[in-house]
Design a binder for this molecule. Structure first.
Ligand code: GLN
Length: 192
């Protein structure tokens, strides 16, 4: 049966995630209202502006509903701004966070001058071929609890991690043609 996967569509790069998920055979729901969360089996929180997305998550208590679903083990994948929103602690910021992952995240961690860059990452969980990764004003995980698995680092900084049903990447896997990261997330939904 086709999996029904939500993509939070309040702001940011949600269309690209939709396209990748559809190519991988999922039914995609663009989540704009709290009721759009009903019946989805997994959720992607895209890159964008985490402060803006956070403000919109307070409306209609959508963030609270997502927290509930995450606590009930529904797979959730946050990319870039989504990684920030999943983290329990955001360095030097009072902004809204879902706080589902036991991680400390730092925003714009690669310097403001370098707005974006691409690099090849080694991600053993995805096989031996390196993963091309696009970073755009990206965060990184400064610290993770022992229950968080580190999937990839770049220059010693954690940029891809998993905690049970929760997955977070500092980069944008929806912007490259290598779909192993999305497939990995779909496999998490299968396992669930
Ligand atoms: N710097 C952005 C933020 O803090 C994240 C950038 C992105 O999602 N590409 O929300």
């Amino acid at each position: 049966m086709k999996k029904r996967v939500g993509v939070l569509a309040l702001q940011g790069a949600f269309r690209e995630h939709r396209q990748v998920l559809e190519q991988l055979g999922c039914d995609v729901v663009e989540v704009r209202k709290t009721c759009d969360l009903d019946g989805i089996q997994g959720l992607i929180i895209p890159g964008g502006e985490s402060t803006t997305i956070g403000k919109l998550l307070i409306v209609d208590e959508m963030g609270e509903k997502i927290k509930e679903l995450g606590a009930k083990d529904m797979p959730i994948f946050g990319t870039c701004a989504g990684m920030i929103l999943l983290s329990k602690t955001i360095v030097d910021s009072e902004q809204y966070s879902l706080g589902l992952m036991d991680t400390i995240v730092e925003r714009n961690a690669f310097g403001r001058q370098v707005e974006s860059f691409e690099t090849d990452l080694q991600v053993p969980a995805l096989g031996v071929n390196p993963l091309r990764a696009v970073f755009i004003r990206a965060p990184y995980l400064r610290e993770v609890a022992p229950n968080v698995g580190i999937l990839a680092e770049y220059n010693g900084k954690i940029v891809f991690a998993r905690q049970g049903n929760l997955l977070a990447s500092a980069f944008h896997p929806e912007l490259t043609s290598d779909h192993r990261v999305h497939q990995y997330f779909i496999n998490m939904i299968d396992e669930h």
